[in-house]
Ligand binder design. Structure first.
Ligand SMILES: C[S@@+](CC[C@H](N)C(=O)[O-])C[C@H]1O[C@@H](n2cnc3c(N)ncnc32)[C@H](O)[C@@H]1O
Length: 210
């Protein structure tokens, strides 16, 4: 047991060091399970997100970063979670974290949403069962995304029940009105759950009627 504790602490130290060196989004989001504080505090987001909805569900986490949300979904009893991100170093760190936390219902995969065949690659990952619930948090307005609406359309079509959607943080753009218009363009009904960062990063629950 002592040996395990020792090894766990050593591994956590290695992970923290690796996170500081990530090529994209280092120290972005806090990771409370590891006691890691990022630039973003996850407290408000997790106050509004009802992870109990994930129980026994297949979950997709688009732009999963280090797996902060994927881990929460797994801990809430999701049957299977797949987190996807384009960054190799981010995904390999997410895998290390999952192992340290002894979570075995989460899988992480490198997927670049800018690839012309990203949809085919995602369908391959969910060959057995398609996602009931999708998390699409703070990704839609990532400026490097080539076709954000194509990606969002795919997520809408491919998710069976619920999409949790979080916007970005530019006050003049990421307003409730901006996202209400976006959702109505896609004929979606969305409930506003709250702001995840002061009065920005609006979080929505989209119930799909299929
Ligand atoms: C602002 S972070 C949000 C992370 C996470 N969803 C969260 O809210 O905590 C955006 C994430 O999307 C990923 N991402 C950006 N462009 C991507 C792309 N083209 N394909 C896949 N992932 C991408 C980034 O690597 C990063 O982890």
């Amino acid at each position: 047991m002592e040996q395990f504790e020792h090894n766990g602490k050593k591994e956590l130290k290695k992970i923290k060091k690796k996170i500081r060196r990530l090529g994209w989004f280092p120290s972005y989001q806090s990771f409370s399970e590891l006691g890691i504080k990022g630039r973003r505090n996850d407290g408000l987001r997790y106050k509004y997100l009802d992870f109990s909805l994930c129980k026994d569900k297949v979950v997709a986490d688009y732009g999963c970063n280090l797996g902060q949300t994927s881990v929460k979904a797994a801990q809430a009893g999701a049957k299977n979670v797949i987190g996807m991100d384009s960054q190799e170093d981010t995904i390999s760190t997410a895998i290390q974290i999952r192992k340290l936390l002894k979570i075995n219902t989460v899988d992480y995969q490198i997927i670049d949403f800018n690839d012309y065949d990203f949809d085919i690659k995602i369908r391959e990952l969910f060959k057995v069962e398609t996602p009931d619930i999708s998390f699409f948090l703070s990704v839609y307005r990532t400026k490097e995304l080539k076709d954000r609406d194509g990606l969002f359309k795919f997520i809408i079509e491919y998710t069976k029940e619920i999409i949790f959607f979080e916007g970005h943080s530019t006050r003049s753009i990421d307003t409730i009105e901006y996202y209400t218009e976006l959702f109505s363009k896609h004929q979606l009904n969305a409930d506003f759950l709250g702001y995840c960062q002061k009065d920005t990063r609006p979080l929505f629950l989209i119930k799909l009627s299929k």
